[in-house]
Design a protein around this ligand. Structure first.
Ligand code: C2E
Ligand code: MG
Ligand code: MG
Ligand code: MG
Length: 282
């Protein structure tokens, strides 16, 4: 009796463990196939000038249309892609795709529309990273100044010589560099002085409560002022309400991004948005 009980609880324990690693393995092998099968797709979200609402650029946000899992959001697969190194080929695809799309938007609008691409730490530490970025610019014909790379404070935390060197190299090539999710990384601010960043993106957690919480309002105001004193541009993320745009305008925030303007949308919808927007301005 006791023996049987022991065995069954053991038997209960093991399948659960295997289930977890089985899921991971399955996800990994699906992800390996996904690039060849064209299952990744970029969505685009406009970044506008806060004072006029005019389009400035768009952030590329990856989606995975998996035949077995449906649409998978990046928070669900980017961490595993980083762990396995798959983020390197996926990231290269994102860069190529994003730069080519920016050239297409130029044709549609007759003006320059920049594109922002998220870069994760593993990608950044790949010794070929700079070459991959420059290749994407070269093959698309996009000038470096219209590409912005978004890097989180997490990456800057492992403050290595290589990080500094790569940032310097990319900056010298004319590529724009931004700090994503600014204010959430528990990082010292001194890196802003030594690294060639162009832009701070204020994390949406601060922007969201800017009208309800005095502390968030103070923080956002302080970040904008600090950024400007350092010669950096500021983008507010996660702008969802009109009243927030008034606050940001009043505080002199350069650019805004969020559901209030547009959700991230597929390529075709973004192009339609561009056509309408452009016509409205002309
Ligand atoms: P992120 O770079 O900070 O991107 C902003 C996230 O906020 C996006 O989520 C976007 O859809 C969402 N968002 C935009 N406006 C609003 C708003 O008004 N309210 C709210 N609540 N959310 C808003 P998404 O697309 O799920 O992406 C999540 C994260 O995944 C990104 O955060 C980025 O870190 C990462 N990611 C996305 N695409 C890529 C990629 O191509 N490569 C890498 N390495 N990471 C990526
Ligand atoms: Mg981003
Ligand atoms: Mg620069
Ligand atoms: Mg962010």
């Amino acid at each position: 009796q006791a023996k049987h009980k022991g065995k069954s609880s053991y038997a209960h324990f093991v399948p659960e463990m295997t289930e977890v690693s089985h899921d991971r393995l399955q996800m990994e092998s699906r992800m390996r196939r996904a690039l060849d099968q064209n299952e990744f797709e970029l969505y685009f979200q406009p970044i506008v000038q806060t004072d006029t609402g005019a389009l400035s650029s768009a952030e590329a946000l990856i989606r995975w249309n998996s035949p077995s899992m449906g649409m998978v959001m990046p928070d669900r697969f980017i961490p595993l892609a980083e762990e396995t190194g798959l983020i390197i080929p996926i990231g290269e695809w994102v860069l190529q795709e994003a730069c080519h799309k920016a050239m297409k938007w130029r044709e549609i609008t007759g003006t320059n529309v920049g594109v922002s691409v998220n870069v994760s730490p593993r990608q950044f530490r790949d010794p070929n990273f700079s070459d991959i970025v420059l290749k994407a610019l070269e093959s698309s014909g996009l000038e470096a100044e219209y590409l912005e790379l978004e890097i989180t404070e997490r990456l800057i935390l492992d403050n290595t010589i290589e990080t500094a060197e790569i940032l310097k190299h990319l900056d010298q090539a004319g590529i724009r560099l931004s700090v994503d999710d600014f204010g959430t990384g528990y990082s010292a601010l001194s890196y802003l002085k030594s690294y060639p960043f162009d832009t701070l993106k204020i994390d949406k957690s601060f922007v969201q409560d800017v009208l309800k919480e005095q502390d968030d309002a103070s923080l956002v105001r302080a970040i904008i002022n600090m950024a400007h004193s350092l010669g950096l541009r500021v983008i507010a993320e996660g702008v969802e309400e009109e009243a927030q745009t008034h606050f940001l305008q009043h505080e002199g925030c350069d650019y805004s991004q969020g559901y209030f303007y547009s959700r991230p949308v597929p390529e075709e919808a973004f192009e339609k948005w561009l056509r309408t927007n452009h016509r409205a301005k002309a």
